[in-house]
Design a binder for this molecule. Structure first.
Ligand code: BDR
Ligand code: CA
Length: 337
């Protein structure tokens, strides 16, 4: 099956109805910004959030998500479904505290929420909701692909019932980040990523090819704070607290200066503003064996490709427009300039 061409989507700025979206996250620093954007964007109707192990354990990811929703003024309005605590075929190696801090949100402290996670497992929820609302839902995955892979294993028929699936993961034509060959989300559960590739989903992969070109700067965060006015201060302060460690990490590891990639926010934005990325469909598979290559995206770019599954990869991005789109949702009606 041909992956849906997102640029043909009706759900864009001119569409009268916000895009019904579910986010599946390992709620770390950039996941948090992606979730805040989705809660605030008029283009999105955030239906639910599933959580997964990854940057941190699934319990911490769930707690961070509930606290974030409260911060965003959406406590009790977006159900949260906790999901997998480990990969399909691998143990969880533990949190990457050097990237996202001990609590996954850079040590930022958020007040607890009175909202509880739902009793249903995220994978069971995806099976149920895809069958209840065929053709309606866009699922954006910003962590390991485990929850959706589990759902597809339970009911492969949901592959044709999701409107689109956009994942932050992989490095199609560029080096990896956690290993020379692999990006962290695909590396953390390569078997799950391969389940998605083989499932016949309307899948778009937003990987390091484009996220490393789409940078958020400290100046952007200052602008977000100014534009948000008084009512936006708690969110702006949280983002400053949260992103300090992330800027430091990318300064040390990628030589970025006071900036960091917008990995997870770009996946959410690409789902609603598909014209901001240029995608190409390639036959692709995920390497699952040798530790040197586990999680690597193998694309068949020979003259007559024959190995792999058709997957749409975002390969170019209008980065300044993405940053504008991101910041636009944090504007107050009466901003202090
Ligand atoms: C991905 O890994 C995590 O650290 C980020 O949240 C993002 O989803 C980038 O490789
Ligand atoms: Ca993530």
């Amino acid at each position: 099956m041909n992956p849906m061409n997102l640029s043909e989507s009706n759900f864009n700025r001119t569409h009268p109805r916000p895009l019904p979206m579910i986010i599946d996250a390992d709620t770390g620093i950039d996941d948090a910004l992606a979730i805040l954007y989705a809660v605030k964007s008029p283009l999105i109707s955030l239906e639910a959030i599933g959580t997964c192990f990854g940057n941190i354990g699934v319990e911490q990811a769930t707690d961070n998500t509930l606290r974030l929703l409260k911060l965003a003024g959406a406590e009790g309005r977006v159900p949260v479904y906790a999901g997998a605590d480990k990969a399909l075929a691998r143990e969880f190696p533990g949190a990457k505290s050097d990237v996202h801090g001990e609590n996954g949100i850079g040590g930022a402290v958020l007040p607890p929420s009175s909202q509880q996670a739902e009793a249903e497992h995220a994978a069971d929820y995806y099976v149920r909701i895809a069958n209840e609302r065929p053709g309606e839902l866009t699922l954006v995955l910003t962590g390991r692909m485990t929850n959706l892979a589990l759902a597809l294993q339970k009911d492969p028929g949901i592959a044709s019932k999701l409107r689109s699936v956009v994942v932050m993961g992989g490095a199609a034509l560029v080096p990896g980040n956690i290993t020379p060959a692999a990006e962290a989300n695909f590396w953390g559960d390569p078997e799950a990523a391969q389940v998605l590739f083989a499932a016949g989903l309307p899948l778009t992969v937003v990987g390091l090819d484009v996220t490393l070109q789409t940078l958020l700067t400290r100046d952007d965060l200052d602008r977000l704070e100014r534009q948000g006015g008084e009512e936006g201060l708690p969110v702006a302060r949280f983002l400053h607290d949260c992103f300090g460690i992330y800027f430091d990490f990318y300064g040390r590891v990628n030589d970025f200066k006071d900036s960091c990639p917008l990995h997870d926010p770009l996946a959410v934005i690409a789902a609603v503003r598909p014209e901001l990325v240029t995608s190409r469909t390639l036959l692709a598979s995920i390497a699952c064996g040798d530790p040197l290559t586990a999680g690597m995206v193998v694309t068949d770019r020979r003259v007559k490709p024959s190995v792999g599954h058709p997957v749409s990869f975002a390969l170019e991005v209008d980065a300044p427009a993405v940053v504008e789109e991101l910041l636009s949702v944090f504007k107050a009606s009466d901003p202090v300039q």
